[in-house]
Design a protein. Structure first.
Length: 255
């Protein structure tokens, strides 16, 4: 029977842990490595609803992108949300593994999945850390049509963007908060950049530089990795059932 540590080792082959950024806390966060697991639940985050879903569906392991334990815990007594979630998983025997910036950087990781979903093959990393991707669409397209593609393929209900009048051809992407890399996109000859968590002055800067800048929301730019990761793991562990969370959705609402 497959054990938790075997799944962790495979995840580390997919996204080597040593490649995570210095601020990060990816890895094996909760549980016993020797415990057998028959069912795994995957989600972008370990929210309260995801933790309950794992218990209700008898999943012995949760795999997330964002770490539940990011800052050091001074206690685990249930006095604040992260502590309560950690305690709940421990009490119910559910392990937790998080693959974060190492999965952003990895081949076949967050950014490769994102740029392929938007219609281009990854050619190179966007920034010096190996994060983000650049690529070229097979055919250029008007920005309006590309915006509709983003909404349809990512499932995001609305977009924030600035338009420069340029068609979309040379594309840069970075799942999650990546607006600090907009000048890298310009330097590498991109006309359009898809990322998230863009600030007002960053939209202004993109306009000045002639870059179409699209904020497609943090959740929606990273969430495609969840299904992709489940599909990669399933053939490697045929005796394990991999479930994508049916409850984890973006906490941000669009009016």
């Amino acid at each position: 029977m497959t054990k938790v540590h075997e799944l962790f080792e495979e995840l580390c082959r997919i996204a080597p842990l040593e490649k995570q950024m210095g601020f990060d806390n990816a890895g094996f966060q909760i549980g016993h490595g020797e415990r057998p697991v028959r069912r795994v639940l995957l989600a972008l985050d370990c929210t309260d609803s995801v933790a309950r879903e794992a218990v209700e569906k008898n999943a012995g392991l949760i795999i997330t992108h964002h770490p539940l334990i990011f800052s050091p815990l001074r206690a685990v007594c249930g006095h604040e949300p992260v502590q309560r979630r950690v305690l709940y998983l421990i009490e119910n025997g559910v392990a937790l593994i998080s693959m974060h910036t190492n999965l952003d950087i990895a081949e076949g990781g967050v950014n490769d999945v994102l740029i392929r979903l938007l219609g281009a093959e990854p050619e190179a990393a966007l920034d010096a850390d190996g994060c983000g991707r650049i690529g070229t669409l097979p055919e250029s397209m008007p920005l309006d049509a590309f915006l509709e593609r983003c909404k349809a393929r990512l499932g995001v209900p609305a977009l924030r963007y600035c338009a420069t009048g340029r068609p979309v051809s040379r594309l840069a992407v970075m799942g999650g908060a990546g607006a600090d890399s907009l000048e890298d996109a310009v330097y590498l000859g991109c006309d359009t950049y898809v990322t998230a968590d863009v600030k007002y002055h960053q939209f202004q800067r993109a306009q000045e530089l002639g870059l179409n800048l699209i904020d497609a929301d943090h959740f929606y730019t990273e969430n495609p990795i969840v299904q992709s990761l489940a599909e990669r793991l399933a053939p490697r562990f045929p005796e394990v059932e991999f479930l994508v969370s049916a409850r984890h959705t973006d906490c941000i609402r669009f009016a």
